[in-house]
Design a protein around this ligand. Structure first.
Ligand SMILES: Cc1cc2nc3c(=O)[nH]c(=O)nc-3n(C[C@H](O)[C@H](O)[C@H](O)COP(=O)(O)O)c2cc1C
Length: 110
């Protein structure tokens, strides 16, 4: 997370792949996503906590990515929040290890 969003290189990637006729298409009534056979997974690392509590309103990146994935036809969008390492530096290693465990588990069924 960079300033409540993801780093700009990821936005550049989205802008490079979110292309009419390639990943979505306009129809008479509405745009339709074409990536119906794809899945996406977002791992968000942040110094603070945004998946719950008072920071939840500031969580923008994961929510936005979910919308863009859906727009391109990707229905399966999951994620892991690796968060609070700056907020709780004494727990940083534990937070990271737990997130690695979640990632391994998620990879087994992805
Ligand atoms: C430019 C910049 C902006 C950041 N903005 C936030 C932020 O808004 N909120 C937050 O909790 N952490 C913020 N951080 C901390 C990072 O999200 C955190 O260190 C994260 O672990 C970085 O992931 P990485 O180790 O994969 O680079 C920022 C870090 C940088 C370098």
């Amino acid at each position: 997370m960079w300033n409540f969003l993801f780093p700009p290189i990821l936005k550049a990637y989205i802008d490079a792949v979110c292309i009419a006729g390639k990943t979505f298409q306009y129809t008479e009534n509405r745009p339709v996503g074409l990536l119906t056979d794809k899945k996406a997974f977002h791992i968000q690392a942040s110094g603070g906590i945004y998946s719950e509590g008072p920071g939840k309103d500031l969580e923008t990146g994961h929510a936005y990515l979910g919308k863009v994935m859906k727009f391109m036809g990707i229905q399966s969008f999951e994620g892991i929040f690796v968060e609070g390492m700056a907020y709780m530096p004494d727990k940083a290693e534990q937070i990271k290890e737990e997130a690695i465990g979640k990632a391994i588990k998620a990879a087994e069924t992805f």
